[in-house]
Design a protein around this ligand. Structure first.
Ligand SMILES: Nc1ncnc2c1ncn2[C@@H]1O[C@H](COP(=O)(O)OP(=O)(O)O)[C@@H](O)[C@H]1O
Ligand SMILES: N[C@@H](CCC(=O)OP(=O)(O)O)C(=O)O
Length: 373
């Protein structure tokens, strides 16, 4: 029994295209009806429910006479424009039958990278929940081109869960959960029931999409788990086709893979910095520095930096990496150009090295740092 999941009050559920459609690409109406019924019942229990639904492109294929997912962006966007309407119509009708109102929310990358938009999005979602509405969220595929794209709804759902401080995120997939290897290529792979820490090994065993209808595969679900657990949100990956799967996860039954969250949840500003803003580069640190950051609550000082990757300005967000593993994220006080000149040096020498009067002692102050390990 997973007691904490039973207690979850605010629940985000993400459904992928492979769960919502048949193999021929047409909508799986029985499946959608069952999902809606379970979500409506959770709402009737007094829980707050947020649905992140893929399927816009998939639902738009048949009406446009397309046999498979188009390769070119413009046709994909046309399919999404048609399909998103169809999807929403269906959700509105089905939730309506159970007495629930839905609200459509379509997002692009900028809605989380720009701090003002991030705060605005949070306010809108919380206001929908206060009004008893079930938000139905998708990426705005119709306008999103590369630089605006979130890329996949797995990480989108985790960002949403982080933004609104959800208690639990359930990602429904075409597979029971995370396996020790991709079961499509390794028949000996077994289901992992619980993940306490998202180590590089967890990323290594997670491969790409399993079907032409899926996007991102297990890898993007682990990226989502990284955002969720570091934002204090429980996450479960489970099989969307399993009977009453949402109800069973929410009642604490041991189904799928459970990712256990960290006990401390960073403040909203830090959550935005780590999981909303764009990462602009990487700072590689030595062992002493990694240890001080992870165990002593220290700020990041120039002396512990061994290398700097990417080009970034002061005030931007970067990854902090030790031995190939990302251990934290933070907002820098120095540009990559300046860091290259001061890395490995004591804070006392910065003014002389950079030939400036006043300097910051820290490269990343503790207040602007989120540790992931
Ligand atoms: N370690 C793993 N455990 C489980 N599935 C994996 C793993 N590595 C890769 N996969 C693949 O990821 C697929 C699920 O992702 P995806 O195809 O994007 O589906 P969805 O549409 O549900 O998001 C699985 O069907 C499987 O083929
Ligand atoms: N936003 C796209 C789907 C993106 C996506 O992540 O797809 P999936 O792997 O099916 O959840 C759509 O609605 O078609």
């Amino acid at each position: 029994m997973r007691e904490a999941l039973q207690q979850a009050k605010r629940i985000v559920v993400k459904v992928g295209t492979s769960t919502l459609t048949h193999e021929n690409g047409r909508l799986n109406i029985l499946r959608i009806e069952s999902l809606v019924k379970q979500l409506a019942d959770l709402a009737n229990q007094g829980k707050e429910v947020i649905l992140v639904s893929s399927g816009a492109v998939g639902a738009g294929l048949a009406p446009l006479g397309l046999k498979e997912k188009p390769k070119d962006i413009a046709t994909k966007q046309a399919a999404a424009a048609v399909g998103q309407g169809i999807l929403l119509h269906m959700y509105e009708k089905l939730f309506g039958e159970y007495g629930h109102t839905v609200g459509q929310v379509l997002l692009t990358r900028e809605d989380s990278t720009k701090r003002s938009r991030y705060v605005n999005l949070r306010n809108t979602l919380l206001s929908l929940l206060t009004l008893g509405v079930i938000p139905i969220i998708n990426e705005n595929d119709v306008v999103a081109v590369d630089e605006l794209k979130i890329g996949d709804n797995d990480t989108l759902s985790a960002s949403v869960a982080s933004i609104i401080e959800a208690d639990m995120l359930i990602i429904l997939s075409d597979i029971e959960g995370l396996y020790t290897a991709n079961p499509q290529t390794d028949p000996t792979a077994t289901l992992i029931e619980e993940v306490d820490q998202i180590t590089p090994h967890i990323y290594e065993i997670s491969g790409g999409a399993g079907s032409s209808r899926g996007t991102g595969g297990m890898y993007t679900k682990i990226e989502a788990a990284n955002i969720a657990v570091n934002s204090g949100v429980h996450m479960v990956i489970a099989l969307g086709a399993a009977p009453l799967v949402i109800s069973r996860v929410a009642s604490g039954e041991k189904v799928g893979t459970h990712f256990v969250p960290r006990t401390t949840k960073p403040h909203m500003k830090k959550r935005w910095m780590a999981f909303g803003s764009r990462l602009q580069g990487t700072i590689i640190v030595d062992e002493g520095c990694a240890h001080a950051l992870m165990t002593q609550g220290s700020s990041l000082l120039a002396v512990g930096i061994t290398a700097v990757e990417g080009e970034f300005d002061e005030g931007e967000t970067v990854s902090i990496v030790f031995e190939g593993e990302e251990i934290g994220r933070g907002m820098v006080n120095y540009s990559s150009y300046d860091l290259d000149r001061i890395k490995g040096h004591s804070s006392r020498d910065i003014a002389e090295l950079l030939q400036i009067g006043s300097t910051y002692e820290e490269v990343i102050h503790r207040d602007n740092l989120v540790m992931l390990r």
